[in-house]
Design a protein around this ligand. Structure first.
Ligand code: WT7
Length: 655
């Protein structure tokens, strides 16, 4: 099978510049077909992208059958992920920038070469070992977007510890749940974080989270909290606390990496589902690295020396795969930005692109929509001529937004890739390959090599040709999550039970007459608010934990900037008369319980919720009312009390 690594060097003129397409349309078709028909052959070959300490002899051992569900790739191979992202580049690019860090404050920046990255990571790895952390231990990272976050991920990988990054926008409660669920032994954090000119406390949340965790039946195992000085805010100091900036530099800048098995977990990342508490998706070392390295290389057509900027947070899977592991496994220069895309104003993204000569820029549609609110500001202060490829991720991109991104932001000189994937998939699953697949605005288009997407109906029957249905994936890929930490049954139930023998994505999609895919959004009770994933059940349980609330139902509704926003219907307890003060109190309550990302946009008090006679809430109706589409409610005859609907419509907030 011949892929890009044999075809380097053919340069053609596209978008007014010379590019190395690597594949033409015919070669792409051929390679895709081969990647499916000889899936093991394809992934066996891609595995050569990384260095193995002990080579594997089997590529793939997978069953999607409920009764025998297992997913293993390269299972007898051994490697070290950190060595692949750092050490092996020292021979050829020790002086090249590995990470360019751009501060929230436009005057702050730092460039970390591969050799500096090696030293930083080795010192931290030694420091962690000195605190008793060894292979298999879990370490929670609750960090701002500073280089130490990447050092910490790589240092964990180096010693075989399993990291679990918790987004800094999550609350102490959410952090406590994760600390307890994965039984972490260490937390790496900072005093506080700079975002959009404000300081956000982190260390105080860790202190509170540990207090909360102590009170839970399982307790917690945290013995060390390593605190990086970022905001300079004064913080309380406890026995288990250590300053990163004092403790880490006392350790040696060399470290012998610990070999791990390909299937040993590299990280756990919590994400929301349609029921219950967030699930800790467990990702592998070998397969994950091969998958992120391969998808990074092809999707972004990365060429040596280019600067890649993924404007996500390392707290999300996008940051794991395309700020840290994918780029560094390719020896790329990855830009890490501390702040928000709109600070100090909407021109910031363009200015950062000019300042660091960014070639590839990867961002969420919600941010692009915000830039579009003041186009002059957003593009007036920069040239952006270094850009070659623009990527979109996290939610459907409206065709108009795609067009603006391409025509105005990218000046019509860039390839745009709309990449569909999930926390569970580890890396990009669908995308038009740049220079190869002609994109249609708003479509994720075509599967990545080796990926077999399919559409099915509710009875799991496969839909052929032009169709609209549930999006499933028929066979495994190396980057797939292996299980839910400590809960394999839930993994099977969530992803492999709705459609027998297939991985169910939770998304709906359409296939057009040309065979191209369009993601239509979640078909389960998962919300996508500004590209952040939240479960309605999680928000509901935060709402009903308020002492004045009897019952609540949460749905999403379309929002111009956020994509989707949060609408809460609440029944107060008997005797409680809701007023504006209580509404505000409830909003703050949810922010405190889950974090600012979950702050409800609309809170409607009501005497009742639309329920079937068996007591099931009819969310379909609530979604329609929240979307101000109550004219088309559909059948309400199965409701126990149809009058409830009239009250809800009369008092609706979104008109
Ligand atoms: C959900 C996964 C992809 C990493 C960041 C989000 C939605 C993601 C697209 C896209 C339409 C998209 C899906 C998916 N989504 N990318 N290009 N077009 N929808 O990861 O938090 O696990 O969320 O995001 O609904 O299921 P996540």
């Amino acid at each position: 099978m011949s892929d890009s690594r044999e075809q380097a060097g053919n340069s053609t003129a596209v978008d007014g510049r010379k590019v190395n397409k690597r594949l033409d349309a015919a070669a792409y078709q051929k390679l895709y077909k081969a990647s499916v028909s000889d899936n093991e052959g394809f992934w066996g070959e891609q595995a050569d992208r990384i260095d193995w300490i002990k080579p594997f002899t089997t590529v793939k051992d997978v069953s999607f059958a409920r009764k025998d569900l297992h997913i293993r790739w390269y299972e007898d191979g051994e490697l070290n992920v950190c060595v692949n992202c750092v050490d092996r580049h020292l021979k050829t690019r020790s002086g090249q920038a590995a990470i360019i860090w751009e501060g929230d404050n436009p005057d702050q920046q730092r460039t970390i070469s591969y050799s500096e990255l090696y030293e930083e990571v080795c010192r931290l790895a030694n420091a962690m070992e000195a605190r008793g952390i060894t292979k298999g231990d879990r370490v929670i990272l609750y960090m701002p977007m500073v280089p130490q976050a990447a050092f910490a991920m790589l240092a964990c990988a180096r010693i075989g510890a399993v990291h679990s990054v918790v987004f800094g926008g999550f609350s102490a409660n959410a952090l406590a749940d994760r600390i307890v669920d994965c039984q972490a032994r260490m937390v790496i954090t900072a005093d506080g974080s700079h975002r959009g000119g404000k300081t956000i406390p982190l260390k105080p949340n860790v202190d509170e989270a540990l207090k909360i965790a102590e009170q839970q039946p399982e307790g917690h195992q945290v013995r060390t909290v390593l605190v990086s000085k970022v905001s300079g805010d004064s913080v309380d100091w406890l026995d288990h606390d250590l300053w990163y900036d004092e403790f880490v530099p006392t350790h040696e800048a060399v470290h012998e990496a610990v070999p791990v098995n390909a299937e040993d977990p590299l990280f756990i990342l919590y994400t929301s589902g349609s029921t219950g508490k967030p699930k800790g998706l467990q990702h592998s070392s070998g397969g994950y690295l091969v998958y992120t390295a391969t998808t990074f290389s092809y999707t972004f057509n990365y060429q040596p020396g280019e600067v890649f900027w993924c404007a996500a947070d390392v707290g999300w899977v996008t940051g794991h795969s395309y700020i840290v592991y994918g780029p560094l496994a390719n020896g790329a220069t990855t830009l890490m930005y501390e702040g928000v895309p709109t600070y100090p104003n909407l021109g910031r993204c363009g200015e950062v692109i000019d300042k660091h000569k960014v070639n590839i820029f990867y961002i969420a549609p919600t941010a692009i929509r915000t830039l579009m609110t003041d186009q002059k500001r957003a593009i007036g202060s920069s040239q952006r001529d270094s850009l070659r490829i623009l990527g979109s991720v996290g939610e459907p991109i409206n065709p108009g937004v795609w067009q603006w991104f391409h025509d105005e932001f990218g000046k019509g000189q860039c390839q745009v890739v709309d990449t569909w994937w999930q926390t569970e998939t580890g890396g990009i699953m669908m995308t038009p390959l740049p220079y190869v697949v002609e994109p249609k605005p708003g479509a994720a288009m075509t599967p990545f090599f080796g990926i077999q997407p399919q559409l099915v109906d509710k009875r799991s029957d496969i839909l052929e040709g032009k169709a609209d249905g549930h999006l499933v994936i028929l066979d495994s890929w190396p980057g797939q999550a292996r299980t839910i930490w400590n809960n394999h049954e839930r993994f099977i139930d969530t992803y492999f039970s709705t459609h027998d023998g297939m991985y169910f994505t939770g998304d709906g999609a359409k296939r057009d007459e040309d065979g191209h895919f369009w993601i239509t959004g979640r078909v389960d009770d998962v919300l996508n608010v500004s590209g952040h994933r939240l479960g309605t059940a999680e928000v509901e349980s935060a709402v009903v934990s308020h002492p004045k609330v009897a019952e609540a139902a949460v749905v999403g509704f379309p929002h111009e900037l956020k994509g989707e926003a949060i609408y809460v219907y609440v029944i107060p307890n008997d005797g409680v008369v809701p007023d504006e003060q209580l509404t505000k109190e409830l909003r703050d309550w949810v922010r405190k319980g889950l974090g600012p990302v979950a702050s409800p946009d609309m809170i409607q008090w009501t005497h009742g919720l639309p329920k079937t006679r068996s007591g099931k809430i009819m969310r379909r109706i609530l979604r329609k009312i929240a979307a101000n589409e109550h004219e088309t409610l559909g059948d309400t005859s199965t409701l126990a009390d149809p009058q409830v609907v009239d009250e809800l419509i009369d008092n609706r907030l979104n008109r």
